[in-house]
Design a protein around this ligand. Structure first.
Ligand code: GLV
Ligand code: MG
Length: 347
């Protein structure tokens, strides 16, 4: 797939421009390029393994963990005094460890620190070829994403990487970020995912909890339901994968399974894993079952037969009436199952 956009300023602020600004942009030459960060955009992200880049031990272990996506963290899992040194460790790990074809990402420090530009230049210049994406934490506005996009373009140009090679994952973990999530999700063609960060978000909301991202028994209902839904809608409206953040009770797999099922049922693509055991649970939770996968194919077959051979828009499928909306739902199951490596059972 290709997209057209104008250079050097791109479609990153579509929706925000005035008519005059648009007219000015239209006067500049348009180039057509491959869709940005195409390799990893549609790869599965059921489990996203967080790995502190300051720890050689954790880095060495990461490629052996069966996670769909791994991110090397330069942000909150790394102590301030270790942050600069962790950059070279991340570069070395990306270049020299035996990664398979999983999505590989580095989380840089947020723009309100002194480390962001140094993180980006050292990591993307040093290991940009294998690196799929940069994760930006604490995104507050579209401008944060646009600034990252512009700097990535300069680094790619200087390193001889194709422009648009590096994708962006944006974390929503502040109240301001949530308020602006719609413009954030539309801010750059590099964006691949939008991620909820429950721990920082709980702090930003000043919730009276000491552990973010877990159930609060005192709250009657799901205290994050609105947040989950708002982020999901903004992400989907812009074609992004949508990911839930960490679950901090790392020894309780049953509680993780139970909590992860909330975002799974809403439609999220995956969730962060802090341990190999969490990755195993999440790969299961965010995959369709074989039964659901096979049923989705059966619905598609029945609907195709009804529309193409009988000229009918709706038809009975067992006890259920199916129509075009059923086809859309079934297609999602098939796509998600194929991403997870499922194959249709022999009938
Ligand atoms: C993740 O970064 C979080 O704050 O939950
Ligand atoms: Mg955070």
């Amino acid at each position: 797939m290709t997209i057209s956009y104008q250079t050097p300023k791109r479609v990153t602020v579509v929706g925000l421009w005035t008519g005059a600004a648009r007219a000015f942009e239209r006067s500049r030459p348009t180039v057509t390029i491959g869709r940005m960060s195409a390799r990893s955009r549609d790869l599965p992200r059921r489990s996203c393994l967080s790995t502190p880049a300051s720890s050689e031990r954790f880095l060495a272990k990461a490629p052996t963990v069966a996670a769909d996506m791994t991110f090397l963290d330069l942000e909150d899992a790394v102590a301030p005094g270790e942050k600069v040194g962790a950059r070279a460790k991340a570069v070395d790990a990306i270049k020299n460890l035996a990664w398979d074809d999983r999505v590989l990402c580095v989380r840089v420090n947020a723009w309100d620190t002194k480390w962001t530009y140094g993180d980006l230049i050292e990591v993307v210049s040093g290991a940009g070829e294998r690196l799929d994406e940069i994760m930006l934490p604490k995104v507050q506005s579209a401008a944060h994403v646009i600034a990252l996009d512009l700097l990535l373009t300069q680094i790619e140009e200087n390193c001889g990487l194709p422009i648009g090679h590096i994708g962006i994952e944006a974390q929503i973990e502040t109240t301001r970020g949530l308020i602006n999530v719609e413009e954030i999700c539309a801010a750059s063609p590099r964006l691949e995912t939008i991620i909820f960060g429950p721990a920082d978000f709980a702090a930003s909301m000043e919730m009276p909890v000491l552990t973010g991202g877990v159930q609060i028994p005192e709250y009657p209902g799901d205290h994050f339901h609105y947040v989950f839904s708002k982020i999901l809608m903004a992400g989907r409206a812009n074609g992004l994968q949508v990911i839930d953040g960490p679950f901090l009770y790392v020894r309780d797999s049953d509680a993780l399974r139970d909590f992860a099922m909330r975002t799974r049922m809403l439609g999220y693509d995956g969730k962060w894993a802090l341990t190999p055991d969490q990755a195993t649970v999440l790969n299961e939770v965010y995959s369709p079952t074989q039964e659901q996968f096979d049923r989705a194919f059966d619905i598609l077959d029945a609907y195709r037969h009804a529309t193409e051979e009988e000229g009918r828009g709706s038809v009975m499928f067992g006890d259920e009436m199916i129509d075009e909306a059923s086809r859309k739902m079934a297609t999602k199951f098939v796509t998600r199952g194929e991403r997870a490596g499922l194959r249709r059972s022999e009938s």
